[in-house]
Unconditional design. Structure first.
Length: 206
């Protein structure tokens, strides 16, 4: 029997994750059955279960993948000289994940999926742990980025780095919620809004 290549296994896993993401975004997590996923990806139950044990495992994998990609983008940014400003960095990351993440789905799809994952953490301890781990990683990555901003003279040093990190994460979360609920939040809105806020001067600066 021919040995299945790792490239083939990775492609099949990608096929299943993308199909499951489309189903969850379109119909909701609870209304989507594993049979719906099988039909979406055009594979048998056995082929899908070879990679994932069920819906919870699929959602956890999607969440872990998103956090890994976002953290990698932040870590790469922190190594740049000078590092990209928050409007550029957040805009680029959100554009990638909201507009290009799920092939064949509309622009709101990944935002709706993320909101569903958030609600599932209230009842699923495993998913909550996955999300908590990703959140802590995001805070650490933003902390490194704040250090890079300060090193390059782009940010004042009298505000705790973690406070900056949590605020910018909250901005991204709020934007995702707007996109999921209303669908009219183009990434350019976030970029322009952050750029406007970043241009403000305090009384002590003037």
């Amino acid at each position: 029997m021919a040995r299945v290549s790792q490239e083939h296994l990775d492609a099949r896993r990608r096929q299943i994750l993308d199909g499951a993401a489309r189903c969850f975004a379109r119909n909701g997590f609870h209304a989507t059955s594993m049979q719906d996923v099988f039909t979406e990806v055009g594979l048998s139950a056995g082929a899908v279960y070879r990679y994932f044990s069920g819906k919870e495992a699929l959602v956890a994998a999607i969440a872990q993948e998103a956090f890994t990609g976002i953290r990698a983008a932040f870590e790469e940014a922190s190594r740049a000289t000078p590092p990209p400003t928050p409007d550029v960095l957040l805009g680029g990351v959100l554009r990638l994940f909201l507009e290009e993440r799920i092939p064949g789905a509309d622009r709101q799809a990944f935002a709706r999926l993320i909101v569903q994952v958030w609600t599932e953490t209230l009842r699923d301890e495993w998913l909550a742990a996955t999300l908590a781990e990703g959140y802590q990683g995001m805070r650490a990555a933003w902390g490194d980025l704040v250090a890079a901003y300060r090193k390059n003279g782009l940010m004042r040093a009298d505000v705790p780095a973690d406070h900056v990190a949590r605020t910018l994460i909250a901005v991204a979360q709020g934007f995702i919620a707007q996109q999921a609920l209303f669908g009219d939040a183009a990434v350019e809105v976030l970029e322009d809004g952050l750029r406007g806020l970043m241009s403000m001067e305090t009384q002590s600066d003037s």
